[in-house]
Design a protein around this ligand. Sequence first.
Ligand code: C2E
Ligand code: MG
Ligand code: MG
Ligand code: MG
Length: 285
Amino acid sequence: RAKQDRKGSAQFFTAAMGEALTARMETEQRLRLALRERRFATLLQPKVSLAAGTLVGFEALVRGVRVDGTLVPPSEFIELAGELGLLDQITHIVLEDVLAALPRLRERFGPDVQVSLNIAARQAGDVAFMDALTQDITPDQARGLILELTEDALVAAERFQRRVLPLLRARGLRVSIDDFGTGYSSLAMLSDEIADEVKIDRTFISQVHQRPRSQGILRAIESLCGALGIAVVAEGVETAEELDYLRRHTGIRRAQGYWFARPLPLDELLTGPDPVRLPPPRAQT
Ligand code: C2E
Ligand code: MG
Ligand code: MG
Ligand code: MG
């Protein structure tokens, strides 16, 4: 009887694996086709200054576009694209979109807006790719760009520091450490003058007003970055309570999150009303 069960589960396992494999192959096919037809869209999520209550920039977030026009989130294709060697092409497309958007964003939101571009871990240490990606960026464009890399990308790629970072610096590009606090070796990276900005991962922002440990972590990051001259951004602000905590109890000056604005298409940003919801700071009592 036990034998029968084993056999049953073995068959089930095989069927499930077959299904997973088929699903993966289907996704791969769709991804390749989407690339051939350039069916990707770049959304822009506002980044705000908590102190001034103004918009300071945007993060570029890629979406796949299905044939019917609906959008596919990056969680459904970025990893596979990386494994298949297709992410570099996608990143080139996103940068192209960002560079095309930049003059229009400057016109609408001021000459100092900055747009962040996400770079995957495996791309960050790839000297040839990073060189090719950034070689045509003019100094004026570079002034309006930030490259977001994750901690793990920076730790894993010693080559990044030795060969990629000097290249980016020479081209006037700034570096931000994304999802800060979720990787490892954060302190070394801060002291090595890699980052101009860190984005505190949203796990430390979520419900921060009632989580003493997150509060402690925010204080520590803030004081470290303050001492080192690194700008700090709070990611994933979703509620008025979280925002209120940041404003009253921390000196963190920049934030991003659904509470202010969702990622939006360029056209909507240019033609719509002021995209950012941010009341003036409350008077301290
Ligand atoms: P990320 O770089 O950490 O981007 C922030 C993600 O958090 C975005 O998800 C954004 O829409 C979401 N987000 C923003 N505010 C809030 C909030 O208040 N609450 C919550 N729950 N989420 C919020 P998205 O657009 O789905 O992107 C997910 C991840 O996919 C990104 O995380 C990034 O790692 C990756 N990604 C997106 N675009 C690109 C790209 O062009 N290239 C690469 N390599 N990766 C990308
Ligand atoms: Mg990011
Ligand atoms: Mg992030
Ligand atoms: Mg994240």
